[in-house]
Design a binder for this molecule. Structure first.
Ligand SMILES: Cc1cc2nc3c(=O)[nH]c(=O)nc-3n(C[C@H](O)[C@H](O)[C@H](O)COP(=O)(O)OP(=O)(O)OC[C@H]3O[C@@H](n4cnc5c(N)ncnc54)[C@H](O)[C@@H]3O)c2cc1C
Length: 282
């Protein structure tokens, strides 16, 4: 293993499925569910997309066989969105159907803004016939509040995150205050519309707000869950689970860890610090 790959282990569970399933079981034993993400994006051939599809089908099989409490998350560009949209639809549909046969769930991660509209319309198309598929919205985008309204209207399951890509101020909020306000309003719109919402953030201000708002409004604990990224907020995840909240950790694994790892490092100087220090407990 190279030095960078070693450092990336802070955020990536390993290079293969067996490593990933060990990480899932460790979390499950603390009452925390998982969402497994086979790392990969920007695939430029149908062959590569089909390799990723095959791996996801095997992953769903393994999750079921090992009785692991985990769903899966995937990126449409890994399934050929840039190659051929119809092909991508068929590729993802087969994964969603396989997941359905195991009563499992597939989350379509949200990528950079060049993909927002296509990802939402692909989600809508899949969700019409398959209720075991979920979307993601990014609070930093100006458009997301309207998207939240559209998804709430069909009670779609939605993960709300701040957004991890570099976007321009013409389409995205730049101040943390605006992003947090957008985040809160999207969570409210979605929960009030009857969607199951995944509150995906490490931001303690937003987590505390969500705990207070859901309590004050008597929102049942099964209408939302907290989600964290692997390697972050481990004690918070355990604590929330022990208080009866649904908690899920997003676990990336695989050999294509580089773009994911650098997104995490870019995000916060603390992440660089954690990695360099090898400080594995939070
Ligand atoms: C489960 C999950 C799924 C995601 N899926 C997507 C997706 O599909 N598409 C997408 O664009 N983005 C996704 N993201 C990433 C997300 O958009 C943000 O880029 C990322 O979560 C950072 O924002 P934040 O809200 O967590 O907190 P930040 O804005 O990074 O930080 C806010 C506060 O959190 C605390 N904090 C942050 N990092 C650390 C740390 N390492 N250690 C300790 N405290 C810390 C600090 O107190 C900080 O002030 C996902 C995130 C999660 C948790």
């Amino acid at each position: 293993m190279g030095a960078l790959a070693y450092l990336a282990r802070r955020f990536v569970a390993g290079e293969n499925m067996a490593d990933a399933l060990i990480a899932v079981h460790a979390l499950n034993s603390k009452g925390v569910a998982a969402s497994l993400d086979l790392l990969g994006e920007d695939v430029s051939s149908k062959e590569d997309a089909l390799i990723a599809q095959k791996a996801y089908l095997e992953l769903l099989h393994q999750i079921n066989a090992k009785n692991a409490k985990s769903n899966v998350s995937l990126k449409l560009t890994q399934m050929g969105l840039d190659v051929d949209e119809e092909f991508c639809y068929a590729t993802v549909k087969a994964i969603v159907e396989e997941a359905g046969s195991y009563k499992n769930f597939v989350r379509l991660d949200m990528e950079g803004s060049a993909y927002t509209a296509r990802t939402i319309s692909m989600f809508m198309r899949l969700f019409k016939d398959h209720k075991n598929v979920g979307a993601v919205l990014q609070a930093y985008l100006h458009r997301s509040e309207n998207d939240a309204k559209a998804l709430a209207a069909i009670k779609a399951p939605v993960r709300v995150c701040k957004g991890a890509y570099k976007e321009s101020s013409s389409i995205a909020f730049m101040s943390m205050n605006d992003i947090r306000n957008s985040y809160k309003s999207m969570v409210q719109i979605l929960i009030e519309g009857g969607s199951k919402v995944a509150i995906a953030t490490h931001d303690e201000k937003l987590i505390t707000w969500a705990l207070d708002w859901t309590q004050d409004n008597h929102i049942p604990k099964d209408q939302f869950e907290f989600q964290f990224l692997y390697g972050l907020k481990r004690s918070r995840a355990k604590d929330l689970a022990s208080q009866g909240y649904q908690v899920r950790t997003y676990i990336p694994f695989g050999t294509h860890w580089m773009p994911y790892f650098f997104r995490r490092l870019r995000e916060r100087k603390e992440n660089v610090f954690f990695v360099l220090k090898g400080l594995f407990e939070d």
